[in-house]
Design a protein around this ligand. Structure first.
Ligand code: NAP
Length: 396
């Protein structure tokens, strides 16, 4: 367990993304507790450069080998003679994560691209502040086993799972828990007539009402695939059966999730929607310190609503429960099909509603295995992406 009596070295993987930038904010708010050891981007070297200037990490890594102007980026370091070592490639990032120079890893890379570094942190016994839910969706069993063997603490950054984690801290036994209730904003299209959803444009899907997030997760939120992935994530993090997980629409995004105990008592975690709070809690746990996040204004009247999630509107949600039940190779296939289909939607090649259809078809005809190895999961990831391409080719 991490003690805050000494300064901790933090690596933020994906520092140029929405979670990465919020994590940098948290660190700059708590300079006495954390030292920034490493940051990374895939392609956004301009933004990484600004982060180097502002935060002066020991290492900055670019993972995209095809990134334009790389030579210029490297030479800028020697011109400025800054103290930051500049590196290229995922291998460097993975080595850093495993090294003694890092105590806490904030896993904020999007998609399966984050899996290798998340797994490395879990194997190396680091505290893993996990935003990259795809790591658990694809290889939950391997991640949890690695953490168990190494003593790594996997602490959720997803606000829903952080809420559940916080609610479970009240000294209860796992057997006291009846179920958890994951809340969902319902996404930007939650009030659209169902028969209009197929007409949603990329801009419509990206206009999230309560959260500012990266493009992939925002589309996942519009289809509720995000909640489907979170159901799978919750199963692994908290050792739950899928029928112990409920999803409700809560448009205000104030109650981040709840736990219900055997006696029917429910405990929830509330705060204004701001990812810096769950990120900070994953860094400071078990302590709580002042945070840069806005606080609830109890002097203002406020309404909190919830309603059941309609499976007709959100067919992706059913996939999440199904995959959580079947396990094995299903998570890797669902994730690959979804990542590829979301990209096609963002490229204006398919309709929003086709994302869940594609995922369902590919999941249904994959060759299931209950205990895949890591290399089998990576092969299936590629297979799933090829299948999405085949789906669109046959359609054109
Ligand atoms: N945003 C949220 O509020 C939120 C909430 C809960 C959970 N999460 C989870 O947190 C993760 C990050 O989400 P986000 O919204 O922060 O995404 P984002 O804004 O799109 O940022 C993604 C980050 O990953 C990097 N990246 C992209 N492709 C990569 C690759 N192939 N290899 C290595 N790095 C790569 C990006 O670098 P470039 O900038 O150079 O492209 C960027 O730093 C996701 O798993 C998401 O589900 C996000």
């Amino acid at each position: 367990m991490i003690s805050l009596s000494q300064i901790r070295n933090v690596a933020i993987l994906g520092s140029t993304g929405s979670i990465g930038r919020a994590a940098l904010d948290v660190l700059s708010f708590n300079p006495a507790q954390f030292r920034l050891t490493a940051i990374s981007c895939h392609q956004q070297t301009e933004l990484l450069e600004q982060q180097i200037k502002a935060s002066q990490p020991r290492y900055a890594v670019v993972t995209g080998p095809q990134t334009p102007n790389l030579t210029e980026w490297f030479s800028r370091g020697s011109q400025l003679q800054d103290a930051t070592h500049r590196k290229l490639g995922m291998d460097h990032l993975v080595s850093l994560v495993q090294s003694d120079e890092v105590d806490i890893v904030v896993a904020a890379i999007v998609g399966i691209a984050g899996l290798e570094s998340s797994l490395a942190a879990a194997h190396a016994g680091k505290r893993l502040a996990l935003a990259n839910k795809e790591s658990l969706v694809v290889s939950g069993s391997l991640m949890m086993e690695a953490a168990k063997n190494s003593g790594s603490e996997i602490l959720p950054v997803d606000s829903e799972h952080s809420a559940i984690f916080q609610c479970l801290r009240s000294g209860h036994q796992p057997s006291d828990l009846r179920r958890i209730i994951l809340t969902a904003s319902g996404g930007p299209l939650r009030d659209w007539p169902i028969d209009k959803l197929s007409k949603a444009t990329v801009d419509d899907a990206l206009s999230h009402p309560t959260w500012q997030m990266g493009r992939k997760i925002t589309v996942d939120s519009a289809t509720m695939m995000n909640k489907a992935l979170e159901v799978i994530e919750a199963k692994w993090l908290f050792g739950l059966e899928p029928d112990q997980i409920e999803v409700v629409i809560h448009p205000q995004s104030i109650i981040h999730s709840m736990v219900e105990f055997q006696d029917g008592s429910v405990i929830g975690q509330l705060s204004p929607p701001d990812m810096r709070l769950p990120i900070q809690y994953a860094l400071t746990f078990p302590q709580r310190v002042a945070s840069p996040s806005p606080k609830m204004d109890w002097a203002k009247p406020m309404q909190l609503d919830w309603k059941p999630a309609d499976p007709e509107r959100y067919p992706a949600l059913l996939l999440g429960f199904e995959v959580a039940k079947r396990g094995g190779t299903c998570g890797a296939v669902l994730n690959a099909a979804n990542e590829a289909a979301v990209q096609l939607f963002l490229d204006h090649k398919i309709k929003l509603t086709e994302i869940a259809t594609i995922c369902r078809e590919i999941l249904d005809h994959h060759h299931f295995s209950p205990t895949p190895t890591l290399s089998e999961l990576f092969e299936l990831d590629q297979w799933g992406r090829n299948e999405v391409q085949r789906w669109i080719n046959t359609k054109c």
